[in-house]
Design a binder for this molecule. Structure first.
Ligand code: G6P
Length: 614
């Protein structure tokens, strides 16, 4: 989703801004721009990527050099097509106020009419431009109002979600920022300050950051900053220390972030479990929910809410919690939950899962559940994110920054956290110590097993070569592997643009079987478990209709070789551990098919890493 950077200090602002925008590329965007202030405002903005923006800046005849204050933006089109004119920053008519905006101004149409009546004209189709004219209008028309006051007034008029950064030649030594529903973080340097929509652009400059909360704005000067609410009440903000290294957000020798993140999974898995999995005392130690554990064990039911890949992790969570903790679980798309009339209240537990911790629908679902008196627990990857802060308690996934838009390591980390949670809830309720110990041992050996799977890279490249031109794919799985089938299909469509569907294997005969012919590759997840024989029958059905079968099977399974066109083996394991193994070849298959098709896997078209608007 759109990215924001801002800078005020002593360095050349354009450089800092461009570097920051580069780090935000992973969020997905279609145009980019900067505005810097050096006496007057200079703006360079255009459709296309940050590299070409850099070229345009070079050709701007040094217009932007020497400036030490500025703002920059990567835009992901919502209102108005991706174009130079719709790119941010937006300016007022006199060209002395520049604004960048993430989010959606919901009453932009009414405001546009009102401003037009006051003589304002618009040079873009965006909802965002309305805000800069509104600030200008209020500043001009209300006596004694200063820049800060004008921004504040404007924010009381707009409805919707925003993260904004504004500068003005009329009060040149400040950057004004504000947020409601769209994240913003201020990085604190030595007489310099960095602003961004997430911490990725800040980490090369500073580790000290302040996260703005919803309804807060800040005025940032060269020598300090002040945070207030939109209603003008001063806020004391705690500093947060960033805990990741720059190299964690760089590619480390891999061709793409996604590939790096796939191959990082054995290490990530160790990080997720470190200090939490205690085999010797048959215990899972989850510090973030320790105080609420007893209450959670008594829950009548747990409702899991999430979006996208995190929702798939949630589906696996349902199998895990019902099997280990014997607590009924419902899994809901956050976007559906929030607009139903959900039956939820005190005594219920909502579990929200989000890599970014900023997904608008997930956040809204959690707020609704809280309002109705439920206890809300979070599973987030981004430390200090809005969801992490607004839940009653939670667990971090510790997967490190995930840059590739298609989620891989965050997914496996979420599933491990869910497994640990299910085991923590089970203790003394449904499982003996020996059973818990056995399950923990199984988790503990996971990283080694995943390393083995990653070694089948060449075989997967080969399979990818075979099927890179397919137009449709079907993914089938049962039980714990049904959500993996959904996730495998999602990965493929996200990055290769091949249409793919995931189905519970037994549902195939209720529809998808009609699609099967010699053109249709069918990925069947068929580990040796209680439904193995039934899944073999599904494979037979596919074969009879000349479909091509790629089977994900348990090492040593010779029987399946006779039925499938290709077999990718994963190590044997208890059913609950299988999703963490079977998903790995599916991630790799999508990656290699997409790269062979020449797709930009880290920045797939139309997708955003963090969806902070509805
Ligand atoms: C976007 C991303 C997906 C992600 C989903 C939910 O659609 O492209 O990869 O699964 O949002 O994001 P979250 O940060 O809440 O897990």
């Amino acid at each position: 989703m759109c990215g924001i950077v801002g800078y005020i200090g002593k360095q050349e602002a354009a450089n800092v801004l461009l570097g920051g925008l580069k780090r935000l590329e992973y969020r997905g965007y279609d145009s980019a721009g900067i505005a810097v202030l050096n006496g007057s405002l200079s703006v360079v903005k255009q459709k296309g990527n940050v590299a070409s923006l850099g070229e345009a800046i070079k050709q701007s005849d040094g217009m932007v050099s020497d400036a030490t204050i500025g703002i920059g933006h990567t835009r992901w089109a919502t209102h108005g097509d991706p174009s130079d004119r719709n790119a941010h920053p937006h300016l007022n008519a006199q060209g002395d106020i520049a604004l960048i905006h993430n989010g959606i101004i919901e009453n932009h149409a009414a405001l546009r009419v009102e401003l037009a009546n006051h003589g304002y004209s618009f040079s873009s189709d965006t909802d965002s431009e309305v805000l800069v004219h509104l600030i200008d209008h209020l500043w001009e028309s209300i006596p004694f109002l200063d820049f800060e006051g004008a921004v504040r007034q404007a924010l009381t008029v707009v409805e919707g979600a925003y993260g904004i950064c504004v500068i003005s030649g009329r009060e040149p030594d400040k950057v004004i920022v504000a947020r409601k529903g769209s994240p913003l973080v201020i990085g604190i340097g030595e007489n310099e300050f960095f602003i961004a929509s997430d911490a990725a652009p800040l980490v090369e400059y500073t580790r000290k950051v302040v996260y703005l909360s919803d309804g807060e704005m800040a005025v940032v000067h060269r020598d300090g900053y002040k945070v207030k609410t939109i209603d003008n009440v001063v806020q004391e903000k705690a500093l947060t220390e960033l805990d990741f290294e720059l190299e964690e957000i760089e590619k480390g020798g891999f061709e793409h972030f996604m590939l790096k993140e796939i191959f990082e999974q054995p290490d990530v898995m160790e990080d997720v479990m470190r200090g939490r999995v205690r085999i010797e005392d048959a215990r899972v130690q989850l510090g973030g929910i320790a105080d609420q554990l007893e209450q959670l064990r008594k829950a009548q039911r747990i409702i899991i809410c999430a979006c996208g890949t995190s929702w798939h992790a949630g589906l696996i969570g349902e199998y895990l919690i019902e099997e280990f903790a014997n607590i009924p679980v419902e899994v809901d798309y956050a976007s559906e939950f929030r607009y139903r009339k959900p039956i939820i209240g005190p005594g219920d537990v909502m579990l929200v899962i989000s890599q970014s911790g900023e997904t608008a629908d997930t956040l809204a679902a959690l707020r609704l559940a809280k309002e109705k008196g439920a206890t809300v627990i979070g599973i987030c990857n981004v430390v200090g994110s809005t969801i992490a802060r607004e839940t009653h308690c939670g667990m971090y996934t510790h997967a490190g920054p995930e840059i590739g838009v298609a989620s891989t390591k965050a997914f496996t980390a979420q599933v491990i956290v869910l497994t640990m949670l299910a085991l923590a809830l089970s203790k003394e309720r449904t499982m003996s110590d020996a059973e818990v110990m056995q399950a923990l041992y199984c988790l503990d050996t996971l990283p080694e097993r995943v390393k083995n799977i990653l070694e089948c890279r060449d075989q997967i490249v080969d399979i990818a070569e075979h099927y890179k031109d397919a137009r449709n794919f079907l993914y089938l799985g049962r039980g714990y592997n049904f959500p993996v089938a959904l996730e495998g299909a999602l990965k493929l469509k996200e990055i290769s643009y091949i249409h793919a569907e995931g189905y519970p294997a037994a549902e195939m005969k209720h529809g998808p079987i009609a699609l099967i012919d010699e053109e249709m590759p069918v990925v069947v997840i068929a580990p040796k478990d209680t439904t193995y024989k039934k899944v073999l029958s599904n494979i037979e059905e596919v074969r009879t209709r000349k479909g091509r079968v790629i089977a994900i099977a348990t090492e040593g399974d010779e029987e399946i070789k006779a039925l499938a066109d290709h077999v990718i083996y994963v190590p044997a394991g208890a059913p609950f551990i299988m999703p963490l193994l079977t998903v790995i070849p599916l991630q790799m298959l999508s990656y290699y098919i997409a790269t062979l098709r020449g797709c930009d896997v880290d920045r797939p078209r139309n997708l955003a890493k963090s969806v902070t608007v509805e």
